[in-house]
Design a protein around this ligand. Sequence first.
Ligand code: F6R
Length: 262
Amino acid sequence: MEIVILDGVDAVDRTAADIVERTVRTTQKSTPVLGLATGSTPVGTYRELARRHRDEGLSFSHCRAFLLDEYIGLARSAEQSYFSFIRENFVDHVDLDDAAVFSPDGEAHDIAAEAQRYDAAIAEAGGIDVQILGIGTDGHIGFNEPGSSLRSRTRVKTLTEQTRTDNARFFDSPDAVPHHVLTQGLATIDEARHLVLIATGESKAEAVAAAVEGPLSAHCPASVIQWHPHVSVLLDDAAASSLALAEYYRYAYANKPRWQHL
Ligand code: F6R
C-alpha cells in the first residue's frame, strides 16, 4: 500500500490520471479494463483524462469499463443514476465506446441474478486492470457500508443514513435518495489488479485514517485495501490530516526511486 500525500486537489487528479493513462497505454492486454467510481471525488480525474484525450491523443477506444455501483429503483435515465453520471462526467467526453461501459442494472426484476451476472461479466472481461475508488465518510468503498463482509461479492446493500445525507446534494430532496444499491462486493473490488483510492478534503480524513492505519475490519470496509498487493492511496493534505505516519509517507514518496511507478 503506497500512501501519497500531494499538494492540492489538482495534483491528486493529475496523479490518478497518470496511473489510468499508463494502464491504458502500456497494459499487455488488447482490451484494458477500467474500474470507474462515481461521486464527486474522481470528477477532476475524469476531466483531466478527457483533456488528455482532446489535447494529447489519449485514446480509450480499445478499453472497457465497469462501474462500482448503482442505486436500486432509479431509472438509468435519471441524472442521479450512476449510469448517467459516468456518461456526463467522463464517457461522453472521450472515445470510450458507450456499449463497452457496464454498470449494475438497478432496475432489474431479479436483483440477485443481476448481481451474479455483473460479477461474471467482470470475470469474462478478464478482470479490472485499474480500479478508481472514492471513500465514504463512514469508510465505505463502492457502497459497502460498515459491517460488509470482507469477502462479499456484488449484492444489495442498504445505505446508512450518513451516506444518504452525504449524497442528498445530488438529489432534489434528502428523501429522494434511494435506500438500496447494488454494489460490487469487497472481494470483487479486491480482485482488481491495481486499486487507486482517491480522497480529498477534511471530511474524509477520519475515514482515510481508519482505512489505512486502523485495524482490518468490516467496521471500516475500506480497510480491506490493506490486503491488496498493489494499492495507491492519493490524498491532499486535508484528507491526510488524521494520519499518524503522514511524515513518513511524505518522506517515502519524496525519496521514491525514479524508475518505480505508482
Ligand atoms: C461511488 C462510490 C462511492 C463514492 C463515495 C465517495 O461509485 O462507489 O464509494 O466513491 O461515496 O463519494 P464522493 O466522492 O461523492 O465523496
